[in-house]
Design a protein around this ligand. Structure first.
Ligand code: FES
Ligand code: FE2
Length: 460
C-alpha cells in the first residue's frame, strides 16, 4: 500500500504537480495524423490542459490553447489558414508558437499582439503525432522500434477510459492478472453468453493457455532494464507446472509504455497510457504487423485509426476480447484507486518496482535532472525497448531475420483468432490476415513452441 501523499504524487498530472512535471519531460503521443483527414481541427485534452490540434493548409501542425484571447471562443471550431488557426468569431489568427499574428479589422492589423496562448510543438513519426509540453529546449523525439520498423502493416487504436493513467500502467507490472482476467473470466463470459463452444473450441485458444499459466507459480521476478523494467513468472514442476521454466512477460518502457511482441514479429504492439487528466486516460494501441524478409507487407500511405468499442449499443460493457477485459479492470478500480486501502501480495512485486521507479524519476525532475528515456541531442536510429537488440540483429531492419516464432493466437489471425482481441475491429484486418497467411506459407513461422526444462519463454 501507499500513503495518501505518495498516491497523490504518483497519479496527479496537472501543471505543477510532481508527476505532471515528469510527464512534461517526454514527447507524448496523443493522436494519429490520419485523425485530421476528415476535419483538420480537433479538440485535445492532455495532462489536464484543454488544447486544439490543427493542420494548416500548408500541412504544418499546431497544438494551442483552446480559448481565443479576444473573447474566449473555443478554437476547436476554428478555420485553418496557411500560417495557423483563425477564430471563427472575428478571425484572429494564431500560429503554432501561440502568437496572435493577425487581428482583422483592428487598427494595426498585423502588429504583434503582446499576449500569447499556450502552444506546444508537434512532431509526426510512424503515423503518430507527439507533443512536448515541458520546458524548452525540447529533447529529441525517440525513435522506438515499432514507430520506424519497415515492411509492416500499422494501425492505431484509441480509447478514452474513465480512470487515472497509473491504474492502466500498473497492469503492465502485473504478470499474473492474465490467468484470471484473460483466462477464467474470459471463459466465464463466453459460457454465460453461450459462446464458449463456438469461440474457444481450439486447444490453442488464448484463454486455455492463460488458465494454465496459473499452475505451479514458484515466484514472480521483476528487474529494472535500461529503459524500464521486465518481469515474469518462475514455474516449478514440483508445484504443478508442466515443467520448470521462466515465463517472461511484456517489456515496460518508462514512463507509460508497455511493449508486447518482439521486433520483426507478425504482431507487436505498444500500449500507451497517456494521461488526459487525473481521472481520464487516452489508451493507445500502436499495432505493428511486420513481414520478415522474403514477404512483402502492403504499402500504406497513412496509418489508419479506430476506436474499439468497450460498451455495446445498450451501454453494457463488452468483455469478450482481451483489450476490453484489461480496460474494464482498470476503470473498475475507480477513477483514482485509493492505494492506502489496498492489500498487496507476492504477485504485486513488479508493481512495487514500477511505483519505486516512478517515484525516483519524479525525484530526478525535482532536482533539475532529466529523467530516464530522454535523449537530448539526437535519438538513436532505432531504440529497442527491451534495452538490447533482438537475437540475430544485423543493424538494419531490412536484412534482420527475426527468430522464428511460435504461432500463438495473435499470429494466426488468418485462422480466426483475431476475434479475441481489439484487432477484430481494426481497419487493416483483411490485410493482416493475408500477411499472417503468407508468413505461415513461407515457412517463417514454426508450430507452437514446446517448452523444455529451464527454457525462457517470452510472451504477451
Ligand atoms: S472571440 Fe475570437 S476573434 Fe473574437
Ligand atoms: Fe491484460
Amino acid at each position: 500500500m501507499l500513503s495518501a501523499e505518495m498516491n497523490e504524487r504518483l497519479t496527479r498530472v496537472g501543471p505543477g504537480t510532481p508527476c505532471g512535471e515528469l510527464m512534461r519531460r517526454y514527447w507524448v503521443p496523443f493522436a494519429a495524423a490520419s485523425q485530421l483527414d476528415d476535419n483538420p481541427v480537433r479538440p485535445v485534452r492532455l495532462l489536464g490542459e484543454d488544447l486544439v490540434l490543427y493542420k494548416t493548409t500548408k500541412g504544418g501542425y499546431g497544438l494551442i490553447g483552446n480559448r481565443c484571447l479576444h473573447r474566449l471562443v473555443d478554437l476547436q471550431y476554428g478555420i485553418p489558414d496557411e500560417e495557423g488557426l483563425r477564430c471563427p468569431y472575428h478571425g484572429w489568427l494564431y500560429d503554432g508558437k501561440g502568437d496572435c499574428i493577425e487581428r482583422p479589422m483592428e487598427a494595426v492589423p498585423r502588429a504583434k499582439f503582446p499576449r500569447k496562448t499556450p502552444a506546444y510543438p508537434v512532431q509526426e513519426l510512424g503515423g503518430m503525432l507527439f507533443t512536448y509540453m515541458g520546458p524548452l529546449p525540447a529533447p529529441a523525439l525517440p525513435r522506438w522500434d515499432l514507430y520506424v520498423w519497415p515492411n509492416a502493416i500499422r494501425q492505431i487504436a484509441f480509447n478514452t477510459l474513465n480512470c487515472n493513467w497509473l491504474q492502466c500502467q500498473e497492469n503492465t507490472g502485473d504478470p499474473t492478472h492474465s490467468v484470471w482476467t484473460h483466462g477464467h473470466f474470459f471463459k466465464y463470459v463466453l459460457e454465460r453468453d453461450g459462446k464458449f463452444d463456438e469461440r474457444a473450441a481450439s486447444d490453442k485458444h488464448t484463454l486455455r493457455n492463460r488458465i494454465k499459466w496459473g499452475d505451479g507459480i514458484k515466484e514472480i521476478i521483476a528487474q529494472p532494464t535500461q529503459y524500464g523494467f521486465e518481469k515474469g513468472i518462475v514455474y516449478a514442476k514440483e508445484l504443478g507446472a508442466e515443467q520448470d521454466h521462466i515465463h517472461r512477460h511484456a517489456t515496460v518502457m518508462f514512463p507509460f509504455y508497455t511493449n508486447t511482441g518482439s521486433p520483426g514479429a507478425p504482431r507487436s504492439e505498444y500500449q500507451i497510457r497517456v494521461p488526459i487528466d487525473d481521472t481520464h486516460t487516452l489508451h493507445i494501441c500502436y499495432q505493428v504487423y511486420a513481414a520478415p524478409p522474403g514477404v512483402k507487407a502492403p504499402e500504406q500511405n497513412s496509418v489508419p485509426w479506430y476506436e474499439p468499442p468497450t460498451h455495446d449499443a445498450n451501454g453494457k460493457p463488452i468483455f469478450d476480447y482481451v483489450l476490453a477485459q484489461d480496460a474494464f479492470v482498470w476503470w473498475a478500480q475507480g477513477d483514482i484507486v485509493d492505494r492506502s486501502k489496498e492489500s498487496l501480495g507476492r504477485t504485486d512485486i513488479p508493481i512495487i518496482l514500477l511505483r519505486k521507479q516512478l517515484d525516483e524519476q519524479i525525484g530526478r525532475v525535482e532536482k533539475g535532472l532529466d529523467p530516464m528515456n530522454v535523449w537530448r541531442d539526437k535519438s538513436p536510429d532505432v531504440i529497442f525497448g527491451a534495452g538490447e537488440p533482438p537475437h540475430g540483429w544485423t543493424g538494419d531492419p531490412a536484412t534482420f531475420n527475426p527468430p522464428k516464432v511460435g504461432q500463438d493466437y495473435r499470429r494466426m489471425y488468418h485462422k480466426g483468432f483475431a476475434i479475441d482481441d481489439a484487432d477484430r475491429y481494426g481497419p487493416m484486418l483483411d490485410q493482416i490476415k493475408d500477411l499472417h497467411r503468407k508468413i505461415e506459407e513461407s515457412g517463417l513461422a514454426v508450430a507452437p513452441q514446446k517448452k523444455v526444462e529451464g527454457q525462457l519463454v517470452v510472451s504477451e
